[in-house]
Structure formats: C-alpha cells, structure tokens
Design a protein. Structure first.
Length: 464
C-alpha cells in the first residue's frame, strides 16, 4: 500500500505540472466488458495493488423512474435490498462484509441506484453469490416494506425538515423542473410513501430490478477466468423478464422567463439566495465547459464568488456554484448564504454581477489552470481505491453510455478554453433561463402569501 500511494502521488505531481499545456493523460483503466444472455453487463478491472476487491451493481433506475404520486420508491428500494432474501436473513450483507473487515453501502440518485461492497479478495465469490441472491430472490413483503418505509420517512425528517437548509435544497430540485420527473426529489415525500401499497412496491421491483437493467462491476485482485466462472454460476440463470423496461421520455421545456420563489422555514439561521439555470444532459458537448465554469466560480477561497461576496464585499458567509448534470436535463446552481445584517437583494445583485463578468470577459489563463489542477487532483483521488475506480467506471458505462469515457474524459476537461467558458455562460446564464430562490425565516412570511410562496409542513408535503 505504501508503494502504491507513493506512485500515485508521484503521478499526481507529474499530472498537475503538465496541466497548463493540456498534454496530461490520466493513467488508462484497462477493463473487460461482457454481457450475459440475460442482459446483465459485466465490467471488470484487475488491480493487484492490494488483496481486496470492490463489487458494485448499478441498477439503471432512479428517482426519475418513481411512479406518479409515489415519489421515493427508488430510494425505498435502496433500503429494502438490505432485507431478507430466499436464502439470506435480513442485514446479512453486513455480516458478509463487516465481519471480514470489509464494508458495504448503497446510494440512490436521480438516474441510478447503486449497491457496493469492498472485501478481502478471497471473499469475492461469497459477495457475488449475495448480489445475485438479492437480485433474483429478494423478499418483498408487507413487513419489510413497512419497516423500511418508516426508516425512509425518518430519514426525510432528519435530512430535510431538521437541518437549517434542508427545505431549501429540497425546493431547488422540486421547483427547478416543471415537467420532467426530476421535480420529484430523490428522498420522496412522507405523504407519497404513506399512500404506497405493497402491490405498488412489488410492481416497481418486478419492473426495474432485473439483469437486463443492471451492470455488475468488479475491480481489484482476482483471476479473470475464475471471475467469469463465478459470474456465470450465480448470475447467468437469472431470467430476463418479458415485461417491458420503461424509460422516461419526458423532455423539460425550455424556460421562457425568470421565475421567483420565496421559501420559508422555521429554523433559518442565515438567509439564502440561489439561482438555477436549466442546462443540457451530462452527455452534452457543453458539459465539460459547464463543469469548468463551476470550478472557476467557486472552487476554493481564491475563487470568484468567494473573493467577491465573502472576502471583499462581506455580503455572504459562503457562495458556491455547481453543475448538477444528469442523464436528462440538468441544473446549474449558484447559491449564497447571506451574512447577518446584510440584505438578500444585495447578494442577488452581486451574484448577477459575477455572472455578467464571466459572460463579458474570458477567464484568465491562471484561473483556468488552477481550475484544471483542482479537477485533475480530484479525479486522481477518486481512483486511489478499487471502489473509487468502480464508481468512475459505472458512471461512464451507465450514465454516459461508454465505459471508455473513464480514459478520455479528463482530456475533454483539459481541452476547455476560456472561450468555451464564456460561450456556455452566455448561452445558459440568461435572464429568461434563471429561477431565483429566496430562503427566509418563517417569521418573515407575509400574512397573505402569493402563489410562489411556500414551505414544507411537518408531514413533508407542500405547506397549506
């Protein structure tokens, strides 16, 4: 491990020193790609730097696939998949991983649900069996459904209702889309989960949890021929259902005018101001320039937003920009929390001024080089572990449609020019494409609220 880390850091120095010339190359990831007859895709990378292996299964189903008025189903299944199967007791995945010094977890996003484990490599066969077992034989019954629904609802209270800014982040997703199901935040709502039935849950599971909607990724210390034998043994017999695999075809319409939203919450220590701009999918040719624009605007204390709003004008306690690129439409978010004694209106004007600056003049070579150095560092760190490699490979294969993007995407980012940043800023950061959010304490809510004024009530639904 020490040698591997030394080599990695040496590579990091070499890469960063060469960013300015855009001649840097990410170390290539050599992967095998095969698809079983039942549609399961298997990607594997041999890496013997440590005697461990990472296993992940990417299901191409996320919160955008939740049934209408049943938000939170994809997230709910992230939990149910850790319950019992035909041959495993509930929570057995913890015993198979944690008891041998490994780890396991899962996450749900708008477009995917991902389950993963890291274990000593001599436990690879056991975990392949376990992943096949919960794909083929998950117990979807009333007991598991109700217990995990309660867990998810409590998670909603803890992550949305309890934190000072939870309601703001919920609203940014919920109100930045008008037609696309991205308007249903991944965590769902308590009301929708209360309305769900076991029949709804079984239908969702049968529709999306199937081999032809899954990608199995293995990275680490293993023998490729032995891996093929085990994959065939445990996964090949799982049948591909005759049921059609639905996909979301809704297109989010272009915005035609600025909209403003006033969000209120009972526990707001600092007021917030946010803009969202509708941007194209992560496969778009503009995606890399948008990622680099976000880095120039807000990565680090020397970034434009921090220097202007926090350090120089002292209007804000923080300021950030994020290119939230997804399989379908994405949103570019600019967010700032207002310093005590300052006005949200002044923060809004300053954010608009910084957007105009990046539209009117190209960023400097020094700014762009710094942003590229930051991204190179982040990309390398994401690949320090077998799990990091598997996540990067899954992102490329499932969401970008090409696993080889793990070997080409850094070059695409490094090719971004000042003119590219200026172009996308002019193209997407327009007045008509801007939604403005104010996040204010409940005490400032007008006695008579307009149609855009809102909050979340204690049950997690729209305020009444």
């Amino acid at each position: 491990m020490r040698v591997s880390k030394f080599l990695l850091m040496s590579a990091l120095v070499v890469l960063i020193s060469g960013v300015a010339t855009a001649q840097t190359k990410m170390p290539q990831m050599v992967f095998r790609d095969r698809t079983l007859k039942n549609g399961l895709r298997v990607l594997s990378v041999v890496d013997k730097a440590s005697p461990t292996v990472a296993i992940s299964v990417w299901y191409h189903v996320g919160s955008k696939d939740d049934p209408d008025q049943r938000s939170g189903f994809a997230h709910l299944f992230e939990h149910i998949m850790f319950k019992s199967t035909k041959n495993m007791k509930a929570e057995m995945m913890d015993r198979l991983t944690e008891d041998v010094g490994g780890q396991n977890n899962a996450f749900t996003q708008d477009d995917v649900t991902v389950y993963y484990e890291t274990v000593p490599s001599n436990y690879l066969e056991t975990l392949l069996w376990a992943e096949a077992e919960r794909l083929a034989s998950l117990t979807v019954d009333d007991e598991n459904f109700k217990s995990e629904r309660a867990v998810v609802q409590e998670e909603f209270r803890q992550s949305v209702l309890a934190p000072p800014n939870g309601r703001l982040f919920y609203a940014l997703d919920q109100k930045s889309f008008s037609a696309h199901p991205y308007k249903r935040p991944t965590i769902g709502s308590i009301e929708d989960l209360d309305a769900a039935t076991i029949a709804d849950v079984i239908k969702f599971h049968n529709t999306y949890y199937r081999p032809d909607n899954a990608t199995l990724i293995i990275v680490g210390d293993f023998d490729p021929k032995q891996l093929d034998t085990w994959v065939d043994k445990y996964f090949a017999a799982i049948p591909k259902p005759n049921l059609a695999l639905p996909r979301v075809h809704v297109k989010e319409p272009a915005r035609t005018a600025e909209k403003r939203f006033m969000e209120y919450a009972p526990n707001v220590p600092l007021k917030g101001v946010a803009f969202t701009y509708l941007v194209p999918p992560e496969k778009s040719e503009d995606a890399d320039a948008l990622e680099m624009t976000a880095a120039v605007l807000s990565r680090g204390r020397s970034s434009r937003l921090y220097q202007s709003l926090v350090y120089q004008q002292q209007l804000s306690t923080s300021a950030s920009a994020n290119a939230d690129l997804r399989e379908d439409a994405g949103i570019f978010t600019v967010l700032s929390f207002v310093a005590n004694g300052k006005k949200p209106e002044d923060v809004e004007n300053s954010l608009k001024a910084e957007i105009k600056k990046i539209q009117d003049s190209p960023v400097s070579d020094a700014e762009l080089e710094k942003a590229k150095n930051q991204i190179v560092t982040s990309e390398l760190r994401s690949r320090e572990t077998n799990l990091g490699k598997s996540q990067t490979l899954g992102q490329a294969a499932v969401l970008l449609g090409d696993p080889n993007r793990v070997n080409t995407d850094l070059q695409r980012l490094l090719a971004v020019s000042p003119a590219d940043i200026q172009r996308v800023a002019k193209k997407y950061f327009t007045d008509n494409n801007r939604y403005v959010f104010y996040y204010l304490p409940e005490s400032e809510r007008p006695k008579t609220t307009g149609t855009n004024a809102s909050s979340l009530d204690a049950k997690g639904g729209p305020g009444r």
